[in-house]
Each structure stands twice: as C-alpha cells, then as structure tokens.
Design a protein around this ligand. Structure first.
Ligand code: SF4
Length: 290
C-alpha cells in the first residue's frame, strides 16, 4: 500500500529539515575549526559506508555556496576484499559528476596473513588503509584529507581511551598527521550518527558493507557504543552534553601537571619546594615502622 499524500508530504518535509540540519552542523564545524580555506584541495575518503557518502554529499552542497573556492576529489581504496562490488562507487561518482580516483592495493591479503584467524583485523586494516590514502594525498597535492567520523565516533573514542587507556583524549575535528605532512579534517564532527543513518537512507546511497572481510567490530568499541546508546535512550541529550564538554576543558580542575602548573600555585617567593624524591624519602622514615 502506498503512503497517503499527507504522509508523503510529512516525509519530504522531515527529510529536508534533516538535510538542512546536517548542512548547518557541517558548515559550523568547518568554520569553528578553520577546516577549509581558499584554494584547498580536499580529498574525501569514500569507503562506501553511510558516513562517507553523507560527508561527500554535504561537502558537495556546501561547495556550491561556500564563501571560499575549494576543490573536491573522492578517493576510495579498493582493498581487494573478496566480493567487493568494485563497480558501485565509480558508477555512483561518475553519475554525479564528482572527480574521483580508486586506489587499488591488496591490503586484504596482508591483513588476513598477519592477523590470526578469529581475531579482529580492523586495527591493522585501518592503519594500512590510512597509509595508502595518505600516500596518494602526498603524491597529488592534497591539502586537506576529509574523513567521515561523526560526533558519536568521537565520543566513543573518548570513552575507549578513558576506560581502557587511562587517558583523556578523543578524536579531534582537525589534526596534523603524525608525520606532519597532512591536515586531516572531520567535517561531520557535530553530526549525530542516527541523523546520518536517516539521511543515508533517505538519499538511498548504494552502501557497501565494511565487513566483507568477515571481521567483527572490536568488542570494547561495541561495549562503549551500547553504553552510549543506553545513556541516550534513558537520558536524552546526554551525548550532546558530553560532546560539549570536549570543547569546554578546565586544565586547572584536572590533574595533568603538564597542562597546569600546580606546583607554582600559592608559591611564596624564596620558599623552598621539596621535590617528589625528598617527600618520598621522608615517608620512608621512622614513622612507617611504628
Ligand atoms: S571490517 Fe574489514 S574492511 Fe572494515 S575495517 Fe575491519 S578489517 Fe577492514
């Protein structure tokens, strides 16, 4: 049974509202973090998942109205996974008139050879993927590498680091690669995953699943994802509040001595400050043996 005219109108209205919200959030993130400037050549890493299609779509529509001129090129890495539908992306991109390049590199064989069966391959796979994409960027005058991570990826990474690494760090909306050669941007940093999923569905992107290799998502990441989803369900708005916290850090209220000079607090001119060695040595004195 087809939908009534009223239902169709409502659907169209909701889809337009969602697209507008995503465009606004992407535009805001680009402006807040100075992600794209005049003359930039932006490489959009397109995996064929909902996030990267949405990223490309958003950047294309912003490009038409942006206050600065920039180039876009979509790049996909064909990792030679069995059953990878290699015609899907070239067909989609050619139809939309988007400049693109497909890098063909058999990282799949390497990953499956190195990682024992049954273990998660995603970490090595992503590292190799990054290597291939960064190399192409370096060889082709790319000034910005755009990735499709969104707000919930950033929060998930924050909690993974907090719970399992003992560090307060997430995934920045903009960063310089470790070797200093590339500027990586995440224009979807303010976008919710469920909005992106709804948008991808409304736009009927030809999604290519990321588990063709048979690998499973890392267990810890799954646990964190479930935790965040439960929180959001029981306390709507909590994810947004937590995300805001990432941009509202008070180093003097934490305990990182590299970020805040606690020793200098209340220091009096000329008053000696014993170092840790002296304090510990004092703690080992006779009192301990009482
Ligand atoms: S699911 Fe497969 S293709 Fe995707 S990141 Fe993991 S190992 Fe790589």
């Amino acid at each position: 049974m087809s939908a009534s005219p009223d239902a169709t109108r409502k659907q169209t209205y909701e889809a337009a509202k969602l697209a507008k919200r995503l465009r606004r959030q992407v535009g805001q993130a680009i402006a807040d973090f100075g992600m794209i400037g005049e003359g930039d050549k932006v490489m959009v890493c397109l995996s064929g998942g909902k996030d990267s299609y949405t990223l490309l779509d958003m950047l294309l529509s912003l490009q038409a109205k942006a206050p600065v001129r920039f180039e876009l090129v979509a790049v996909n890495l064909d990792q030679k996974q069995p059953d990878f539908p290699e015609h899907v992306l070239p067909h989609y991109l050619a139809e939309r008139g988007v400049p693109f390049h497909i890098i063909e590199q058999d990282t799949y064989s390497v990953v499956t050879r190195v990682i024992p069966q049954g273990k998660t391959m995603c970490s090595l796979c992503s590292r190799m993927r990054r290597g291939a994409l960064y190399q192409w960027a370096a060889d082709n005058g790319i000034t910005r590498i755009a990735l499709g991570h969104h707000r919930d990826d950033i929060l998930g990474t924050f909690f993974l680091n907090l719970f399992y690494q003992g560090s307060l760090k997430a995934m920045p909306p903009k960063l310089k690669s470790d070797d200093g050669r590339h500027v990586v941007i995440r224009p979807l940093a303010y976008c919710r995953e469920d909005d992106i999923a709804a948008y991808a569905e409304a736009r009927a992107f030809p999604i290519i699943p990321c588990n063709l290799c048979g690998s499973q998502e890392n267990l810890q990441r799954k646990v964190v994802k479930r935790m965040l989803a439960d929180w959001e369900k029981n306390h709507p708005g909590r994810a947004e509040t937590m995300f805001r916290a990432l941009g509202n850090v008070a180093p003097s209220q934490l305990a990182d001595r590299d970020l805040f000079d606690f020793r200098a607090l209340g220091a009096r001119d000329g008053a000696a400050m014993a170092d840790a060695h002296a304090w510990l040595a004092g703690g080992d004195s006779a009192d301990d043996n009482d």
